[in-house]
Design a protein around this ligand. Structure first.
Ligand SMILES: [Zn+2]
Length: 160
């Protein structure tokens, strides 16, 4: 069960429908709440159900990876399209070990969106948090092409 007394900045009803009934409390307690509190940056959960839970598939949002029911351990949230705020959130995400995957989406409306997940160490790359950008529908992973990741991050921040 998610303990909402652990946050001063979110209310359960900010997540759509009943998605939180199918989401891992660890994601909230160890990833989302600390990221919000430590960064000081306001975050708005996606109003879309698929931004939190999905049916079968390989996503951390999925309720079945093909081997039986599981809880989603991923959530998508909007933050202001502000270069300082985006950079601050990224910096804190890097410091929170429980966050196993962190995506920055520069092609979403109404603003920049972040994906936060609690994938375990064995699902990371060499045990390191996986980070990516999405720009015009394309995914750019830091571990696959670090030069492109940092170049495009700079480019996107500059355009905000
Ligand atoms: Zn996501």
């Amino acid at each position: 069960m998610i303990d909402w007394t652990k946050t001063d900045n979110f209310l359960a009803h900010e997540w759509p429908g009943s998605v939180i009934d199918n989401m891992d409390a660890y994601l909230f307690h160890e990833c989302i709440f600390p990221l919000r509190e430590l960064s000081g940056v306001p975050m708005t959960p996606s109003p879309l159900r698929e931004g939190h839970i999905r049916a079968v598939g390989g996503s951390r949002h999925s309720l079945d990876h093909g081997d039986g029911p599981r809880l989603s351990d991923a959530s998508d949230l909007f933050i202001a399209s502000d270069k300082t705020k985006v950079s601050t959130v990224l910096g804190h995400a890097r410091q929170i070990h429980a966050i196993g995957g962190f995506g920055l989406y520069f092609d979403t409306k109404p603003s920049v969106m972040i994906h936060v997940d609690a994938r375990p160490t064995v699902k990371r790359v060499n045990g390191i948090q996986i980070r990516w950008l999405r720009v015009d529908g394309d995914y750019i992973y830091e571990h696959k092409d670090p030069a492109m990741y940092y170049a495009e991050l700079a480019n996107q921040l500059e355009k905000l």
